[in-house]
Design a protein around this ligand. Structure first.
Ligand code: FRU
Length: 711
């Protein structure tokens, strides 16, 4: 939505100018402590240029130096003008950086001559979402050379994208006019490797087939210089054909030169061996992940689908990534399972089941299909099915099956009623709820009930209290991990655990989901280790450890416990016992000699009169604060009361996180923590008094990654 009228005819001018490019003349870079001679009216601009992002604003990027004009001051509803002193036009073009709202006449930059607006430009955004990145634009002002002009930044709009960002206005003979760039590639190999610069300018890229239609379309921070990493596009189906990589508007078309084709994914030889790669938490080979999706067991495989941006380190371009495991611990990554329906219509979160008895009729050759429900952001809740062990998925022709303001459908079979249930997040201006729909066949859905006061990513399941099959309760939970216990009659959930929601998980944990059809009848949950980040790596975010959920009686009533799945024990590569003694304050540290990378620690202690017990996990402190009965790790502080004078902690240390399961899983904590690279030791110290160590077992762990299986 950048003003296009001024771009017309610019090529001829650029050629003429190339013969005699004169040095650029800076009009304004907004680096000063005030606006210089520029005059502000209204409340949107303040007295001085902004230093980047303002409170409440999405991250502003792409400006040069420290300062810029940013009319988000006092939010979107503030308005005003910012007018330059007069200057003489004496180059063929004006270059400038612009971002923010795309409202012609209301949020933009104007050029005035004799009091008349002779050029104007606006930012690119009108819809919710979008980007605060400033981009280059330019005006051809050849016809105005020699005239006196002023520039005016205007913000006359309130509400969404009611602001504008401007920086680096330069008179020039070499305009920075965004142009289209294309590169035809005769595909002899399966993968395109795409150079990415995290935080660099983001472009909308298309990979077009021979018929000119997009095979892939996505946003990517295409690196013009040295990339941070290579992302990849799997184009197996196009081998032997010529595809065209196209970006409609790019400042430096040379960025496309860095794209290469290859038989395997980038850096295949060092995959999973990168310095900060978690060794027993799931991460994606490349790019971003968030919510686990479609967790289902089928024919010997646990399937982990997940929210995935294959082309960048940050959230975006939502696909369903896919990995399978025989044991919940050793994962093999497979090709992407769900692509966005089209650009901007992303594949958001959802769930999967085996359709036992083929109620949907999607099955083939007498086998029951896998059926998944997901949010197609441009359409609504959609159904897809697979008859090849989840490798490829077909769309139900009647999609979307539910249309509403919401997302994240969770499917399950309600045996007593012989019908399917979809629990799905629904939101209105003043309400957030989980809605229940029912269906005989996974295709036709009927609204059944609404439970108010819940967040996105619902999950619903039944658990036996203390394993007693005659005492079962239903759990209704959502992305924030908070849950209620109650009854479910196939249509509606009725809470019995009281108005207060309960919680097991704390810290970097979100959007968890449990497996459908777990073969041992366990309720296994995997959550997203939200904001467990890996700066500088080719991947970002991890899944938390898989846990088994149980309901157990406590003095407060039945509560959900989360314990790491027993399969994790298979990673133990050597164990030592240090317990059975008192640890005196100031005593020689019994653990310090332990050297390694990945650890599991089982600890049971009586704090007695001590002030604290402090573990040092390769440089990350994990503290039990006795007075407050808190476990403290980095910013995460969690109440863990002593039980009969004893505290039990089960700790896992990987390369991006510390996880703690306290008091048998009554409380679980996930904390983003990258260990100190140079520090491979563990330590333990009692402070303020002796601590009785009943048990202190340290297990060295081995990596869970199977070797990269090859393309
Ligand atoms: C939760 C969530 C979901 C949505 C998905 C998009 O983290 O916002 O509600 O489906 O992530 O990636």
């Amino acid at each position: 939505m950048l003003a296009t009228l001024v771009l017309v005819g610019s090529l001829a001018v650029a050629t003429a100018a190339e013969d005699s490019p004169r040095p650029d003349v800076l009009v304004a870079d907004f680096e000063g402590d005030d606006y210089g001679g520029w005059k502000a009216t209204g409340d949107a601009f303040g007295d001085a240029p902004a230093r980047g992002t303002l409170p409440g604003q999405m991250p502003v990027e792409g400006y040069l130096g420290r300062g810029l004009v940013n009319s988000f001051r006092n939010g979107d509803d503030s308005t005003g003008d910012l007018t330059s002193p007069p200057f003489k036009i004496d180059r063929t073009h004006l270059n400038f950086l612009i971002g923010g709202g795309g409202w012609a006449g209301e949020t933009g930059l104007d050029l005035l001559v004799d009091g008349r607006v002779v050029r104007s430009a606006v930012g690119p955004n009108r819809e919710p979402g979008g980007s605060e990145r400033l981009k280059w634009d330019a005006w051809d002002v050849k016809d105005l050379q020699g005239k006196e002009a002023t520039l005016r930044v205007v913000d006359r709009r309130k509400g969404g994208w009611g602001h504008v960002n401007v920086d680096q206005i330069v008179q020039t003979d070499t305009p920075k006019i965004p142009q289209a760039a294309t590169r035809a590639i005769a595909l002899e190999k399966r993968f395109l490797h795409i150079p990415v610069k995290t935080g660099g300018p983001k472009y909308r890229a298309k990979i077009l087939g021979e018929d000119g239609r997009p095979i892939r379309e996505f946003d990517v921070e295409l690196a013009a210089g040295k990339p941070d990493f290579f992302a990849f596009a799997d184009l197996d189906a196009c081998k032997g054909k010529t595809v065209t990589f196209r970006v409609d508007e790019i400042e430096d078309p040379k960025a496309l030169d860095g794209i290469a084709q290859a038989d395997d994914v980038p850096d295949a030889a060092s995959l999973y061996k990168e310095p900060h790669r978690p060794q027993f938490h799931f991460t994606s080979r490349r790019g971003w992940l968030n919510d686990p999706n479609g967790l289902v067991w089928r024919d010997g495989e646990y399937h982990l689908f997940y929210q995935h941006n294959p082309y960048g380190w940050a959230w975006g371009n939502m696909h369903w990534g896919h990995a399978v495991s025989p044991d919940l611990v050793r994962w093999t990554e497979l090709p992407i399972a769900l692509y966005p329906h089209e650009y901007g219509d992303w594949a958001f979160s959802g769930s999967a089941v085996t359709d036992r008895g083929n109620t949907s009729g999607f099955g083939k050759d007498g086998a029951d299909p896998l059926v998944a429900a997901y949010t197609s952001t441009g359409r609504g809740e959609c159904i897809v099915y697979s008859n090849d062990r989840g490798r490829t998925w077909a769309e139900f022709a009647g999609n979307p099956v539910v249309k509403h303001d919401g997302r994240d459908p969770r499917l399950f079979w309600y045996a007593p009623g012989d019908h399917w249930v979809m629990a799905v997040y629904d939101e209105a201006k003043d309400r957030q709820s989980i809605d229940f729909y029912t269906s005989p066949d996974l295709k036709a859905w009927t609204f059944a009930s609404r439970s108010d006061g819940y967040f996105e990513c619902p999950d619903v399941f039944e658990l036996a209290v203390d394993g007693d099959p005659n005492r079962k309760l239903w759990v209704l939970t959502a992305a924030d991990g908070k849950y209620r216990l109650g009854t479910f009659d196939g249509k509606a959930f009725t809470p019995t655990s009281g108005p207060e929601k309960l919680t097991t998980w704390h810290g970097n944990f979100y959007a968890a989901q449990t497996f459908s059809d777990e073969p041992k009848g366990r309720r296994i949950q995997i959550g997203w280790g939200q904001n467990v980040t890996f700066p500088g790596s080719a991947f970002n975010q991890q899944m938390a450890l898989p846990v088994e959920l149980t309901l157990r009686s406590t003095k407060d009533g039945p509560r959900m416990f989360a314990e790491p799945v027993e399969e994790l024990k298979s990673l133990r590569a050597g164990s030592k016992e240090f317990g059975g003694k008192a640890l005196e304050p100031g005593a020689e540290n019994p653990l310090v000699a332990e050297a390694g990378d990945l650890f599991e620690i089982e600890l049971a202690f009586r704090p007695g009169s001590a002030k604290s017990l402090e573990l040092d996990l390769r440089g990350t402190p994990l503290i039990y604060d006795v007075d407050r009965q808190d476990v403290v790790c980095k910013q995460v502080r969690t109440f863990v009361p002593q039980v009969d004078g004893v505290v039990r902690l089960h700790v896992f240390l990987d390369r991006g996180s510390v996880e703690v399961f306290a008091n048998g899983g009554r409380t679980a904590v996930s904390v983003a923590a990258i260990p100190d690279d140079a520090n491979h030791s563990l330590g333990i110290a009692a402070k303020g008094g002796p601590v009785e160590l009943e048990k202190l077992t340290v297990h060295a762990l081995r990596s869970s990654w199977l070797a990269h299986p090859g393309p």
